[in-house]
Design a protein around this ligand. Structure first.
Ligand code: NAD
Ligand code: ZN
Length: 229
């Protein structure tokens, strides 16, 4: 198949690198409530708790290494440079494997000034009241898109999607909008759609095909097919 490929990845692609997913049985949201750690209101109410939550996740992500699925996608992109990888993940495992990705939900490795939106590389451990390097406001926060906030790069992503010949969703539950809407957009535009996931999801019926299996096996096998090897 020729043409442009747009790939959306979710927490499932990093699961075998040891980073927990959100909504699975043992997922992160079974141990922490969204309202306590992942909203602007939570940060306003209890910044220490929010920073501690993300400090722990940043430390965990810093220890993790890419798995065969991240590596295969980087190989696909190297062989077909018009492949666009969009991720909901806030870890840096796609980059660590050598891929260029669009982070729609921000990155653990970056800090954001809540006052002026300036961004910089986050220290491994962020502290409450850390000041912005640009405006001096004591409002440094993780550069993570929280619930109730607008994902990044949406216009660019939709442009890529409408220009694509194939849309592939990997390791995402299909429950979090607006990413969940990408497959619907793709269908309306007549674009071929493939889902790769450990198991069928609530969104499976929306895809032309679903491939089930762990990402570390299913993704390299799919990439091999795409590259005709
Ligand atoms: P989710 O937790 O809602 O869904 C994970 C999906 O991955 C499920 O459908 C599950 O069946 C599948 N999965 C689990 N293990 C798999 C494996 N080994 N191989 C293939 N698929 C597997 O995650 P989501 O859809 O990405 O939800 C979006 C939210 O989760 C985003 O806000 C994102 O920022 C956040 N998140 C990111 C990370 C990370 O950066 N690593 C980790 C957890 C959550
Ligand atoms: Zn600032």
């Amino acid at each position: 198949m020729d043409g442009k490929i747009v790939i959306l990845t979710g927490a499932g692609i990093s699961a075998e690198s040891g980073l927990g997913t959100f909504r699975d049985k043992d997922g992160i949201w079974t141990k922490h409530s969204i309202e306590d750690v992942a909203t602007p209101e939570a940060f306003a109410r209890d910044p220490a708790r929010v920073q501690a939550f993300y400090n722990a996740r940043r430390a965990q992500a810093a220890e993790a290494t890419p798995n065969a699925a991240h590596v295969a996608l980087a190989e696909l992109q190297a062989a077909r440079p018009d492949t666009v990888i969009v991720t909901q993940n806030v870890d840096g495992l796609h980059e660590a494997a050598g891929a260029k990705v669009i982070h729609m939900h921000g990155e653990l490795s970056r800090a954001l000034c809540a006052a002026c939106r300036h961004r910089w590389d986050a220290p491994l451990e962020m502290r409450v009241g850390e000041t912005c390097l640009l405006c001096g406001a004591p409002e440094a926060r993780p550069d993570i898109v929280w619930f109730g906030e607008m994902p990044y790069h949406m216009e660019e992503i939709l442009d890529h999607l409408l220009d694509a010949d194939l849309f592939v969703a990997i390791g995402t539950s299909g429950l979090v909008y607006p990413a969940a809407g990408f497959v619907e957009e793709a269908r309306i535009a007549g674009i071929d759609t493939v889902e790769i996931n450990l198991e069928a999801t609530e969104a499976s019926a929306l895809f032309d095909r679903t491939v089930t299996g762990p990402a570390s096996e299913a993704v390299p096998a799919w990439v091999k097919g795409m590259l005709g090897r």
